[in-house]
Design a protein around this ligand. Structure first.
Ligand SMILES: NC(=O)C1=CN([C@@H]2O[C@H](COP(=O)(O)OP(=O)(O)OC[C@H]3O[C@@H](n4cnc5c(N)ncnc54)[C@H](OP(=O)(O)O)[C@@H]3O)[C@@H](O)[C@H]2O)C=CC1
Ligand SMILES: CC(=O)N[C@@H](CCC(=O)OP(=O)(O)O)C(=O)O
Length: 347
């Protein structure tokens, strides 16, 4: 059994980790932290876990995380970087769901996250947690910076078009128009996510610049092997879970004769958590609710020179905790779908 610790068990990605790991045949949660709710049984706070999870919250300081095989950080940015080195030195693997280990350049991190990075030497070692791109590196890694929720959807949608230096699309005019459910903002109290503010409403945010832009561009440039520029505009939708990304890519002359439906189907044929829909389909966020699946459709309206790629995922599963469990499975030689064999909820 893999002994798992979770730092930040009272938040949305924390409770999602607990839900998924409750069904994992090869992992056991032995420690879950909360700064405020130490002593309380997890199932007391989350009745959905009654009879399935029998641990109590403990404060981060009192929790013996070094007794774990792996620790997930389901915490705000800046928490994992303060503890990662000590855990790694004790032989514990670290999976950070925040952004501490995603960006390779500490100056870029400092600009977008308004804090200095405290262990820049670990940035070189950290592996980006996106299995469809980095599976082999993840298998060897001891420190993972999980891909962000929007970045997962955008990178999966563009992967078949950009990898191996493919020259099918213009790489300086890409657009990702993305929508997220409100759980993407976390469980902490904020005016913008109050019911009266976010239900029956729809708005863009972060248009001048969002911290996921450098992450997406870093990932796409690594996939392509050359700089990729993308305009990213996120929107908040009155859903609880779900991300819908609509990605626009202008074709180059070299791409005009390509069968993109076939390209996408072939690229993702062996991927357990990416589903390419039949030609002409429009994926729905409800088709992935609660599951680790991303569903993708590729369109070429009017057979013109613009590709439109549609991607849906559950922000808390493939966009966060599900993908983190997938990564843990790879790091520990477990079947990649252990704990993740889930049929989405409907309706
Ligand atoms: N929500 C989403 O869809 C996604 C979130 N993420 C990332 O995952 C991380 C967690 O997100 P989410 O679960 O939504 O956030 P929440 O706000 O819902 O939860 C944050 C958790 O972190 C704990 N926490 C806060 N500050 C500290 C601290 N200084 N030390 C230790 N624990 C702390 C809180 O517990 P307590 O106060 O009880 O100690 C709480 O359990 C974030 O970095 C986020 O960017 C990534 C992908 C998607
Ligand atoms: C709706 C909403 O607020 N979404 C968050 C992104 C979700 C998240 O927590 O970001 P990471 O994937 O980087 O961890 C945001 O825009 O900042």
């Amino acid at each position: 059994m893999i002994k798992v610790g979770i730092v930040g068990g009272t938040g949305y990605t924390g409770v999602e980790l607990l839900r998924l790991l409750a069904n994992h045949p090869g992992a056991e949660v032995v420690a879950v932290t909360s700064r405020k709710e130490a002593g309380m049984k997890v199932a007391e706070m989350f009745p959905s876990l009654r009879g399935r999870v029998d641990v109590a919250f403990s404060t981060p300081d009192e929790t013996d995380l070094k007794a774990c095989d792996v620790v997930f950080f389901a915490t705000p940015h800046g928490v994992a970087m303060a503890q990662a080195r000590e855990l790694l030195e004790a032989g514990v693997k670290v999976i950070d769901l925040a952004a501490d280990f995603r960006l390779k350049d500490p100056a870029v991190f400092a600009k977008w996250y308004a804090m200095e990075h405290s262990c820049t030497d670990l940035l070189a070692e950290a592996v980006y947690g996106l299995p469809e791109v980095n599976r082999e590196a993840i298998q060897q890694a001891r420190l993972i910076g999980m891909a962000g929720c929007y970045p997962t959807s955008v990178q999966l949608g563009l992967l078949p078009l950009l990898e191996s230096g493919k020259q099918y699309i213009e790489t300086d005019t890409l657009i990702a128009d993305c929508k997220s459910g409100v759980s993407g903002a976390g469980r902490k109290a904020e005016v913008g996510t109050l019911f009266a503010e976010s239900s029956d409403n729809f708005k863009a945010y972060g248009v001048k610049g969002h911290r996921h832009s450098p992450e997406i561009e870093q990932g796409l440039s690594a996939i392509h092997g050359a700089p990729v520029k993308l305009t990213f505009v996120p929107h908040l939708t009155p859903m609880i879970r779900g991300i819908h990304s609509t990605i626009y890519a202008r074709l180059k002359p070299e791409g005009r004769d390509v069968d993109f439906q076939q390209l996408f189907e072939q690229r993702f044929a062996g991927e357990p958590f990416v589903d390419v829909l039949p030609a002409g389909s429009c994926p729905e966020t409800r088709s992935v609710r609660g599951a680790n699946t991303a569903r993708i459709a590729v369109h070429r309206p009017g057979n013109g020179d613009l590709l439109v790629i549609l991607v849906v995922e559950d922000n808390l599963v493939k966009g966060a905790s599900g993908q983190a469990v997938q990564v843990m499975n790879l790091m520990f030689g477990q079947p990649e779908n252990a704990g993740l064999d889930i049929v989405p909820l409907m309706p």
